[in-house]
Design a protein around this ligand. Structure first.
Ligand SMILES: [Cu+2]
Length: 253
């Protein structure tokens, strides 16, 4: 026990933590990946989990050994030694976390940038405006050839980049499609932007991720009794059909 140095403990902690990280990654539960951007987000999430596991391992191991090894023995009523600042140690424990946080910010920024397909959507995809309200969502299709206004339903073609702009008519909401790993806040008096390229045909949940009032849970399509519908990802042919039908319905009413 006496021969255990901080370095040995750190190496041991790294090994233990790496194993904990792998267990966390293997046992994590995430929704299915249904957009071109989801894979990158999940990989980054795994990397952070693994890294957190390592830090957890090092800290916990050193803590445990310190508690056991330096505990007060029975009848030992002396005060502990009075330590003043150790400058080099304080610099180390400030600089290391600072570098780690910067690194996390840098890789996250890079990935979010790479995941931004707004430019491609403007050129050859769909542009959709989401208006959030207490308690639901309205969708307006901005491409001129579509022109659907205030739809209660979000239907999008598969494998097409989509640029969303998001506003709210009342309080803060947050538009979240977990399967796309896409979430964007709706902020009063401001327009926010998000984008995604759906890669799977099907219906996926839409969730409001900000507590926005008593009806907050009504903005979650995963709750069966709710009126809010899931996002429908369909083939281009089915999308064209839906657009034609919705337009003729609007014209008839
Ligand atoms: Cu909401």
């Amino acid at each position: 026990m006496k021969s255990l140095s901080v370095l040995t403990l750190s190496i041991l902690g790294t090994v233990v933590g790496a194993v904990i990280g792998v267990i966390l990654i293997l046992t994590r539960t995430l929704p299915e990946e249904a957009s071109a951007q989801a894979g990158g987000i999940d990989d980054l999430y795994s990397a952070f989990l693994w890294f957190s596991g390592i830090i957890f391992g090092i800290v916990t191991l050193i803590l445990l050994v310190a508690v056991i090894r330096f505990r007060a023995r029975p009848n030992d009523t002396r005060d502990g030694s009075n330590l003043h600042g150790i400058t080099w140690l304080e610099i180390v424990w400030t600089v290391i976390p600072f570098i780690l946080v910067l690194a996390v910010a840098f890789v996250s920024w890079n990935l979010l940038n790479a995941n931004n397909v707004s430019g491609a959507a403007e050129k050859s995809g769909q542009r959709i405006h989401i208006s959030a309200y207490q308690f639901g969502w309205k969708y307006t299709y901005l491409n001129e050839d579509i022109g659907i206004k205030d739809s209660q339903e979000l239907v999008v073609p598969v494998d097409v980049p989509i640029a969303f702009d998001i506003t709210t008519v009342d309080v803060m909401h947050s538009f979240w499609v977990p399967a796309w790993r896409m979430q964007m806040g709706a902020t009063p008096a401001q327009t926010n932007y998000a984008s995604a390229t759906p890669t799977k045909i099907g219906e996926f949940d839409i969730v409001c991720a900000f507590l926005c009032g008593v009806g907050h849970t009504q903005m979650n399509s995963a709750v069966d009794s709710n009126l809010v519908s899931k996002v429908k990802v369909v083939s281009q042919a089915d999308f064209d059909k839906w657009v034609a039908e919705t337009k003729s319905e609007a014209a008839a009413s």
